[in-house]
Design a protein around this ligand. Sequence first.
Ligand SMILES: Cc1cc2nc3c(=O)[nH]c(=O)nc-3n(C[C@H](O)[C@H](O)[C@H](O)COP(=O)(O)OP(=O)(O)OC[C@H]3O[C@@H](n4cnc5c(N)ncnc54)[C@H](O)[C@@H]3O)c2cc1C
Length: 381
Amino acid sequence: MALRAAVVGGGIGGTAAALALTRAGVDVRVYEQAQQLTEVGAGVSLAPNGLRMLDRLGLGEGIARVGARHLSAQLRLSDGRPAPHQPHQFAQPGRNVGIHRADLLALLAGRLPAGTVATGHRCTDFSQDAGGATVFFANGAAASADVVIGADGIHSVLQGFVVAPAEPVFSGVVAYRGLVPGLAEYPAGTMRMWVGERKHFLVFPVRAGQLLNYVGFVSSDTSVRESWSAAGDPAALAAHFAGWDPVIGQVIAAITGPGGSGFAWGMYDRAPLPRWSSGRLTLLGDAAHPMLPHLGQGVNQALEDAVALAALLGSCAGPAGVPRALAAYEQLRRERTARVQLGSRRNGAGYDSSGSQLTDRRWIYSYDAWAEAAALAGTLG
Ligand SMILES: Cc1cc2nc3c(=O)[nH]c(=O)nc-3n(C[C@H](O)[C@H](O)[C@H](O)COP(=O)(O)OP(=O)(O)OC[C@H]3O[C@@H](n4cnc5c(N)ncnc54)[C@H](O)[C@@H]3O)c2cc1C
């Protein structure tokens, strides 16, 4: 009989895990608290290491259709002059792809067998014994499985069944982000970041170039609740970037025009966790390693987790092998993601000091999580 998996959380991490597990022959159900699977109106940059995982999931063609390849990746000083940096310290031109978060979620969820996702299920509790695990929901339902995957984001309920509860850490930075229609003034196929003192501003195209994703990062003494939906004030954003390259002003001006959107988001992460797994329960994506966006890796690391976990669980002889497979998953993933978490903090400080001491990303981009997990699976016996 196929292994049974319950994935809690239907974000990008949870749906990617469900798709990878389905393809590995695991019988999967996803439980999402919202009434429907949704993502906010914002873009995400897919890096070579994440794109490699999407290829493994058979989504390469879909990504090429709805994404926007960044043919050029430019790091600029606040006045628009090129910043002094090495190419591998920002992005890999021609290899990164911008995508609307909702488009990525739709691609992943669209490949799941009918009936995989149960919405309106908010997980509140968990229990396990030697024979299996059960998740409990606020609506009174319960689900049993051989393995439970907590993909329930930075405020993960399931994390509390693995480690002692702790609050996320405010980074002192607020991100104003959203989408505007493509602008004549903005060069096609270009990802551009402007760096200054205590601020930086990022723009890249998504949805085949029809839309531009923008994020203005500013230091703030006041912590803002991390949220996808808090409205961001375009006038405040414009004031923060007054006197910078006029292209930034044009992007900000478009926020209040037709098709523009903006919201503000306090940025939080956590220190790397000492453990991810307990018996038949493990964590994935932001539930395991919430990170600041300054290496653009949150989604990319969640995709790596998903494919690696599926390779290891897919090689399990049966339910009895689950704890061992989860221990191997944690062994493979925890150190790498911790490095990316801590590197993201450092790289944000580099951006906010006019681009000094930026991280060399080659070790992140060249990694093939599937190949590493497949090799490890071969040693489990
Ligand atoms: C400003 C900014 C820019 C970013 N840019 C990038 C980028 O360019 N590239 C990149 O790779 N990453 C980026 N990230 C990071 C990325 O957005 C996250 O790492 C990623 O979305 C995490 O996905 P996830 O599925 O693990 O968690 P989430 O997206 O948080 O999904 C969790 C899901 O679980 C559900 N849920 C929560 N609790 C429960 C419960 N109790 N029961 C049932 N369901 C529950 C939620 O409703 C949600 O659907 C950025 C982040 C920020 C803040």
